[in-house]
Design a protein around this ligand. Sequence first.
Ligand code: B12
Length: 281
Amino acid sequence: MKGTARAEEIVGLREVAEVLGVHYMTVYRYVRTGRLAAVYDGYAWRVKVGDLDTVRVGRGTDQPRGGARPASATHLLDRLVAGDEAGAWRVVEDALASGAQPSEVHLDLLAPAMSEVGRLWKRGELDVAGEHLASATARRLIARLGPRFARSGRKRGTVIVGAVAGERHEIPVAIVADQLRGAGFRVVELGADTPADTFVDAAERERPFCVLISVTTAGHEDAVADTVTRLRERSDAVVLVGGASIKDEPAALAAGSDHWTGHDAREVVELVERLRGQRLN
Ligand code: B12
Protein backbone atom coordinates (compact mmCIF):
# COMPACT_ATOMS: atom_id res chain seq x y z
CA MET A 1 0.00 0.00 0.00
CA LYS A 2 1.36 3.42 -0.88
CA GLY A 3 1.79 6.05 1.83
CA THR A 4 -0.52 8.26 -0.24
CA ALA A 5 -3.42 5.83 -0.01
CA ARG A 6 -6.73 7.61 0.34
CA ALA A 7 -8.48 7.69 3.71
CA GLU A 8 -11.49 5.86 2.23
CA GLU A 9 -9.46 2.95 0.82
CA ILE A 10 -10.33 -0.43 2.37
CA VAL A 11 -7.52 -2.84 3.25
CA GLY A 12 -7.08 -6.20 4.98
CA LEU A 13 -5.41 -6.85 8.33
CA ARG A 14 -2.14 -8.09 6.82
CA GLU A 15 -1.71 -4.83 4.95
CA VAL A 16 -2.55 -2.90 8.11
CA ALA A 17 0.15 -4.87 9.97
CA GLU A 18 2.65 -4.02 7.25
CA VAL A 19 1.79 -0.31 7.29
CA LEU A 20 1.89 -0.05 11.08
CA GLY A 21 4.99 -2.26 11.36
CA VAL A 22 3.38 -4.55 13.92
CA HIS A 23 2.53 -8.25 14.00
CA TYR A 24 -0.67 -9.44 12.31
CA MET A 25 -1.96 -10.69 15.69
CA THR A 26 -1.46 -7.24 17.18
CA VAL A 27 -3.73 -5.77 14.51
CA TYR A 28 -6.23 -8.56 15.09
CA ARG A 29 -6.21 -7.71 18.81
CA TYR A 30 -6.76 -4.00 18.02
CA VAL A 31 -9.87 -5.03 16.08
CA ARG A 32 -11.14 -7.49 18.69
CA THR A 33 -10.80 -4.98 21.51
CA GLY A 34 -12.38 -2.18 19.48
CA ARG A 35 -9.20 -0.11 19.26
CA LEU A 36 -9.41 -0.18 15.48
CA ALA A 37 -12.71 0.04 13.61
CA ALA A 38 -13.19 -2.85 11.18
CA VAL A 39 -15.99 -4.57 9.30
CA TYR A 40 -16.22 -8.32 8.75
CA ASP A 41 -17.34 -8.93 5.15
CA GLY A 42 -18.11 -12.62 5.70
CA TYR A 43 -14.62 -13.58 4.64
CA ALA A 44 -12.13 -11.26 6.32
CA TRP A 45 -11.84 -8.11 8.39
CA ARG A 46 -11.68 -4.88 6.39
CA VAL A 47 -10.31 -1.58 7.66
CA LYS A 48 -10.61 1.94 6.29
CA VAL A 49 -7.16 3.51 5.83
CA GLY A 50 -8.36 6.74 7.43
CA ASP A 51 -9.09 4.83 10.65
CA LEU A 52 -5.46 3.75 11.07
CA ASP A 53 -4.63 7.07 12.74
CA THR A 54 -6.50 5.92 15.84
CA VAL A 55 -3.77 3.36 16.55
CA ARG A 56 -0.89 4.97 14.69
CA VAL A 57 -0.32 8.17 16.67
CA GLY A 58 2.03 7.73 19.62
CA ARG A 59 2.43 4.02 18.93
CA GLY A 60 5.79 2.53 19.66
CA THR A 61 5.42 0.31 22.68
CA ASP A 62 2.17 -1.32 21.61
CA GLN A 63 0.86 -0.17 24.96
CA PRO A 64 -2.09 2.18 25.19
CA ARG A 65 -0.52 3.98 28.17
CA GLY A 66 2.07 6.60 27.28
CA GLY A 67 1.19 7.55 23.73
CA ALA A 68 -2.06 8.60 22.18
CA ARG A 69 -5.04 6.66 23.42
CA PRO A 70 -6.88 4.18 21.22
CA ALA A 71 -10.26 5.40 20.06
CA SER A 72 -12.41 3.11 22.19
CA ALA A 73 -10.35 3.64 25.36
CA THR A 74 -10.64 7.39 24.79
CA HIS A 75 -14.36 7.05 24.33
CA LEU A 76 -14.61 4.91 27.44
CA LEU A 77 -12.57 7.48 29.39
CA ASP A 78 -15.01 10.22 28.33
CA ARG A 79 -18.00 8.17 29.53
CA LEU A 80 -16.29 7.20 32.79
CA VAL A 81 -15.45 10.74 33.82
CA ALA A 82 -18.99 11.79 32.86
CA GLY A 83 -20.32 9.07 35.18
CA ASP A 84 -22.33 7.75 32.23
CA GLU A 85 -22.66 4.05 33.00
CA ALA A 86 -24.99 3.36 30.06
CA GLY A 87 -22.64 5.06 27.58
CA ALA A 88 -19.59 3.35 29.06
CA TRP A 89 -21.35 0.00 28.90
CA ARG A 90 -22.11 0.60 25.20
CA VAL A 91 -18.35 0.94 24.55
CA VAL A 92 -17.82 -2.35 26.37
CA GLU A 93 -20.61 -4.04 24.42
CA ASP A 94 -19.14 -2.80 21.14
CA ALA A 95 -15.78 -4.32 22.06
CA LEU A 96 -17.45 -7.61 23.03
CA ALA A 97 -19.45 -7.59 19.79
CA SER A 98 -16.18 -7.18 17.87
CA GLY A 99 -14.98 -10.39 19.47
CA ALA A 100 -13.03 -9.06 22.48
CA GLN A 101 -12.87 -11.39 25.45
CA PRO A 102 -14.07 -10.00 28.80
CA SER A 103 -10.47 -10.26 30.06
CA GLU A 104 -9.35 -8.07 27.14
CA VAL A 105 -12.01 -5.51 28.03
CA HIS A 106 -10.50 -5.34 31.53
CA LEU A 107 -6.87 -5.18 30.54
CA ASP A 108 -6.82 -3.48 27.13
CA LEU A 109 -9.72 -1.06 27.56
CA LEU A 110 -10.65 -0.36 31.18
CA ALA A 111 -7.17 -0.45 32.79
CA PRO A 112 -5.66 1.99 30.22
CA ALA A 113 -8.67 4.30 30.66
CA MET A 114 -8.13 4.28 34.45
CA SER A 115 -4.41 4.99 34.02
CA GLU A 116 -5.38 7.98 31.93
CA VAL A 117 -7.78 9.12 34.68
CA GLY A 118 -4.74 9.07 37.01
CA ARG A 119 -2.63 11.07 34.58
CA LEU A 120 -5.35 13.70 34.09
CA TRP A 121 -5.81 13.97 37.86
CA LYS A 122 -2.06 14.35 38.43
CA ARG A 123 -1.85 17.11 35.80
CA GLY A 124 -4.77 18.91 37.44
CA GLU A 125 -7.02 18.38 34.41
CA LEU A 126 -9.49 16.27 36.36
CA ASP A 127 -10.68 17.07 39.86
CA VAL A 128 -11.11 14.58 42.68
CA ALA A 129 -14.87 14.40 42.07
CA GLY A 130 -14.19 13.42 38.45
CA GLU A 131 -11.76 10.74 39.56
CA HIS A 132 -14.26 9.35 42.06
CA LEU A 133 -17.04 9.38 39.47
CA ALA A 134 -14.83 7.54 36.98
CA SER A 135 -13.84 4.97 39.63
CA ALA A 136 -17.42 4.35 40.71
CA THR A 137 -18.53 3.95 37.09
CA ALA A 138 -15.61 1.62 36.36
CA ARG A 139 -16.56 -0.46 39.39
CA ARG A 140 -20.10 -0.79 38.03
CA LEU A 141 -18.81 -1.96 34.65
CA ILE A 142 -16.61 -4.55 36.34
CA ALA A 143 -19.65 -5.79 38.27
CA ARG A 144 -21.69 -6.07 35.06
CA LEU A 145 -18.91 -8.02 33.35
CA GLY A 146 -18.43 -10.28 36.38
CA PRO A 147 -20.80 -13.12 35.40
CA ARG A 148 -18.88 -13.55 32.13
CA PHE A 149 -15.87 -14.79 34.12
CA ALA A 150 -17.85 -17.55 35.85
CA ARG A 151 -16.65 -21.05 34.96
CA SER A 152 -18.75 -24.09 35.66
CA GLY A 153 -17.31 -27.40 36.80
CA ARG A 154 -14.67 -28.35 39.31
CA LYS A 155 -12.48 -25.48 40.49
CA ARG A 156 -8.70 -25.54 40.19
CA GLY A 157 -8.17 -24.56 43.83
CA THR A 158 -8.90 -21.62 46.10
CA VAL A 159 -7.07 -18.30 46.17
CA ILE A 160 -7.61 -15.21 48.32
CA VAL A 161 -7.17 -11.71 46.88
CA GLY A 162 -7.33 -8.46 48.81
CA ALA A 163 -5.66 -5.07 49.18
CA VAL A 164 -3.53 -4.53 52.26
CA ALA A 165 -4.82 -2.49 55.23
CA GLY A 166 -4.93 1.21 54.31
CA GLU A 167 -4.88 0.55 50.57
CA ARG A 168 -8.08 1.89 49.03
CA HIS A 169 -7.43 0.98 45.40
CA GLU A 170 -9.95 -1.76 44.90
CA ILE A 171 -10.19 -1.93 41.10
CA PRO A 172 -6.92 -3.88 40.61
CA VAL A 173 -8.16 -6.41 43.17
CA ALA A 174 -11.51 -6.78 41.40
CA ILE A 175 -9.85 -7.19 38.01
CA VAL A 176 -7.29 -9.75 39.18
CA ALA A 177 -10.04 -11.64 41.03
CA ASP A 178 -12.15 -11.90 37.88
CA GLN A 179 -9.20 -12.92 35.73
CA LEU A 180 -8.45 -15.74 38.18
CA ARG A 181 -12.14 -16.76 38.20
CA GLY A 182 -12.02 -16.84 34.43
CA ALA A 183 -9.04 -19.18 34.65
CA GLY A 184 -11.13 -21.59 36.75
CA PHE A 185 -9.97 -20.79 40.29
CA ARG A 186 -12.29 -20.35 43.27
CA VAL A 187 -11.61 -16.78 44.37
CA VAL A 188 -12.29 -15.32 47.79
CA GLU A 189 -12.22 -11.58 47.10
CA LEU A 190 -11.67 -9.43 50.18
CA GLY A 191 -11.64 -6.04 48.43
CA ALA A 192 -9.80 -2.90 49.55
CA ASP A 193 -8.27 -2.01 52.94
CA THR A 194 -8.20 -5.52 54.39
CA PRO A 195 -6.83 -5.83 57.94
CA ALA A 196 -4.11 -8.45 58.53
CA ASP A 197 -6.44 -10.38 60.88
CA THR A 198 -9.05 -10.62 58.15
CA PHE A 199 -6.53 -12.12 55.72
CA VAL A 200 -5.57 -14.65 58.42
CA ASP A 201 -9.17 -15.51 59.34
CA ALA A 202 -10.06 -16.01 55.68
CA ALA A 203 -6.97 -18.17 55.10
CA GLU A 204 -7.81 -20.40 58.09
CA ARG A 205 -11.39 -20.80 56.95
CA GLU A 206 -10.94 -21.15 53.18
CA ARG A 207 -7.62 -23.06 53.04
CA PRO A 208 -6.31 -21.37 49.87
CA PHE A 209 -3.14 -22.58 48.13
CA CYS A 210 -2.26 -18.95 47.42
CA VAL A 211 -2.95 -15.54 49.01
CA LEU A 212 -2.48 -12.40 46.90
CA ILE A 213 -1.93 -9.08 48.66
CA SER A 214 -2.43 -6.01 46.51
CA VAL A 215 -0.47 -2.77 47.02
CA THR A 216 -1.04 0.10 44.59
CA THR A 217 0.49 3.04 46.48
CA ALA A 218 3.62 3.49 48.56
CA GLY A 219 3.40 3.88 52.34
CA HIS A 220 1.89 0.52 53.24
CA GLU A 221 5.16 -1.33 53.85
CA ASP A 222 4.54 -1.98 57.57
CA ALA A 223 1.02 -3.23 56.95
CA VAL A 224 2.30 -5.56 54.23
CA ALA A 225 5.08 -6.92 56.47
CA ASP A 226 2.59 -7.49 59.29
CA THR A 227 0.11 -9.26 57.01
CA VAL A 228 2.77 -11.51 55.48
CA THR A 229 4.23 -12.43 58.89
CA ARG A 230 0.85 -13.32 60.35
CA LEU A 231 -0.18 -15.31 57.31
CA ARG A 232 3.03 -17.35 57.45
CA GLU A 233 2.36 -18.19 61.14
CA ARG A 234 -1.10 -19.55 60.43
CA SER A 235 -1.22 -20.78 56.83
CA ASP A 236 0.97 -22.76 54.45
CA ALA A 237 -0.37 -20.89 51.40
CA VAL A 238 2.02 -19.29 48.92
CA VAL A 239 2.00 -15.55 49.66
CA LEU A 240 2.20 -13.11 46.75
CA VAL A 241 2.58 -9.37 47.19
CA GLY A 242 1.96 -7.43 43.98
CA GLY A 243 0.32 -4.46 42.32
CA ALA A 244 1.42 -1.16 40.87
CA SER A 245 3.68 -0.15 43.77
CA ILE A 246 5.71 -3.38 43.58
CA LYS A 247 7.91 -2.47 40.64
CA ASP A 248 10.14 -5.51 40.17
CA GLU A 249 11.31 -8.82 41.59
CA PRO A 250 13.69 -7.40 44.25
CA ALA A 251 10.87 -5.14 45.50
CA ALA A 252 8.48 -8.10 45.62
CA LEU A 253 10.91 -10.27 47.56
CA ALA A 254 11.75 -7.39 49.92
CA ALA A 255 8.03 -7.04 50.61
CA GLY A 256 7.93 -10.70 51.65
CA SER A 257 6.39 -12.12 48.49
CA ASP A 258 7.32 -15.68 47.53
CA HIS A 259 7.46 -14.59 43.87
CA TRP A 260 7.27 -11.54 41.61
CA THR A 261 3.76 -11.26 40.17
CA GLY A 262 4.70 -9.16 37.12
CA HIS A 263 3.12 -5.99 35.82
CA ASP A 264 -0.33 -7.06 34.78
CA ALA A 265 -3.06 -9.50 35.60
CA ARG A 266 -2.16 -11.84 32.71
CA GLU A 267 1.20 -12.48 34.35
CA VAL A 268 -0.51 -12.93 37.72
CA VAL A 269 -2.78 -15.63 36.28
CA GLU A 270 0.15 -17.41 34.59
CA LEU A 271 2.09 -17.43 37.86
CA VAL A 272 -0.86 -18.74 39.90
CA GLU A 273 -1.42 -21.47 37.30
CA ARG A 274 2.25 -22.46 37.56
CA LEU A 275 2.09 -22.49 41.36
CA ARG A 276 -1.00 -24.68 41.25
CA GLY A 277 0.79 -27.10 38.93
CA GLN A 278 3.77 -27.27 41.31
CA ARG A 279 1.49 -28.01 44.29
CA LEU A 280 -0.13 -30.89 42.42
CA ASN A 281 3.20 -32.45 41.36
C1 B12 B 1 -9.04 5.15 40.78
C2 B12 B 1 -7.89 5.67 41.57
C3 B12 B 1 -8.11 6.00 42.90
C4 B12 B 1 -9.44 5.76 43.59
C5 B12 B 1 -9.58 4.25 43.91
C6 B12 B 1 -11.04 3.81 43.84
C7 B12 B 1 -11.19 2.31 43.82
N1 B12 B 1 -12.39 1.89 44.19
O1 B12 B 1 -10.32 1.54 43.49
C8 B12 B 1 -9.32 6.67 44.86
C9 B12 B 1 -9.97 8.00 44.54
C10 B12 B 1 -9.90 6.12 46.16
C11 B12 B 1 -7.80 6.87 44.93
C12 B12 B 1 -7.16 7.30 46.06
C13 B12 B 1 -5.80 7.63 46.10
N2 B12 B 1 -4.94 7.59 45.08
CO1 B12 B 1 -5.34 6.78 43.38
N3 B12 B 1 -5.58 6.28 41.61
C14 B12 B 1 -6.62 5.82 40.99
C15 B12 B 1 -6.26 5.56 39.51
C16 B12 B 1 -6.80 6.72 38.70
C17 B12 B 1 -6.75 4.28 38.89
C18 B12 B 1 -6.38 3.01 39.66
C19 B12 B 1 -6.82 1.82 38.88
O2 B12 B 1 -7.89 1.30 39.09
N4 B12 B 1 -6.01 1.41 37.87
C20 B12 B 1 -6.34 0.31 36.99
C21 B12 B 1 -5.64 -0.94 37.47
C22 B12 B 1 -6.25 -2.16 36.77
O3 B12 B 1 -4.27 -0.85 37.08
P1 B12 B 1 -3.06 -1.39 37.97
O4 B12 B 1 -3.07 -0.73 39.29
O5 B12 B 1 -1.85 -1.22 37.14
O6 B12 B 1 -3.43 -2.92 38.18
C23 B12 B 1 -2.72 -3.99 37.58
C24 B12 B 1 -1.47 -4.39 38.36
O7 B12 B 1 -1.57 -3.95 39.66
C25 B12 B 1 -1.44 -5.91 38.16
N5 B12 B 1 -0.88 -6.70 39.24
C26 B12 B 1 0.34 -7.19 39.16
N6 B12 B 1 0.59 -7.94 40.20
C27 B12 B 1 -0.49 -7.94 40.98
C28 B12 B 1 -0.72 -8.58 42.19
C29 B12 B 1 -1.92 -8.40 42.83
C30 B12 B 1 -2.17 -9.06 44.14
C31 B12 B 1 -2.93 -7.58 42.21
C32 B12 B 1 -4.26 -7.36 42.84
C33 B12 B 1 -2.66 -6.95 40.99
C34 B12 B 1 -1.43 -7.15 40.38
O8 B12 B 1 -2.78 -6.32 37.85
C35 B12 B 1 -3.63 -5.22 37.61
C36 B12 B 1 -4.38 -5.47 36.30
O9 B12 B 1 -3.50 -5.67 35.23
C37 B12 B 1 -4.70 5.52 39.60
C38 B12 B 1 -3.98 5.82 38.28
C39 B12 B 1 -3.26 4.60 37.73
N7 B12 B 1 -2.23 4.81 36.95
O10 B12 B 1 -3.57 3.47 37.99
C40 B12 B 1 -4.43 6.47 40.76
C41 B12 B 1 -3.17 6.33 41.57
C42 B12 B 1 -2.84 4.86 41.81
N8 B12 B 1 -3.53 6.97 42.84
C43 B12 B 1 -2.58 7.66 43.36
C44 B12 B 1 -2.66 8.36 44.58
C45 B12 B 1 -1.49 9.24 44.93
C46 B12 B 1 -3.79 8.25 45.41
C47 B12 B 1 -3.98 8.90 46.77
C48 B12 B 1 -2.75 8.87 47.70
C49 B12 B 1 -4.46 10.34 46.52
C50 B12 B 1 -4.66 11.16 47.75
N9 B12 B 1 -3.75 12.08 47.97
O11 B12 B 1 -5.59 10.95 48.50
C51 B12 B 1 -5.16 8.11 47.36
C52 B12 B 1 -4.66 6.89 48.17
C53 B12 B 1 -5.75 6.24 48.95
C54 B12 B 1 -5.25 5.01 49.64
N10 B12 B 1 -5.00 5.11 50.94
O12 B12 B 1 -5.09 3.98 49.04
C55 B12 B 1 -1.31 7.61 42.51
C56 B12 B 1 -0.26 6.68 43.11
C57 B12 B 1 1.14 7.23 43.00
C58 B12 B 1 2.14 6.30 43.68
N11 B12 B 1 3.13 5.90 42.90
O13 B12 B 1 2.02 5.92 44.80
C59 B12 B 1 -1.90 7.17 41.13
C60 B12 B 1 -0.91 6.36 40.23
C61 B12 B 1 -2.34 8.46 40.40
C62 B12 B 1 -1.16 9.28 39.90
N12 B12 B 1 -0.98 9.36 38.60
O14 B12 B 1 -0.41 9.85 40.63
N13 B12 B 1 -7.20 6.57 43.75
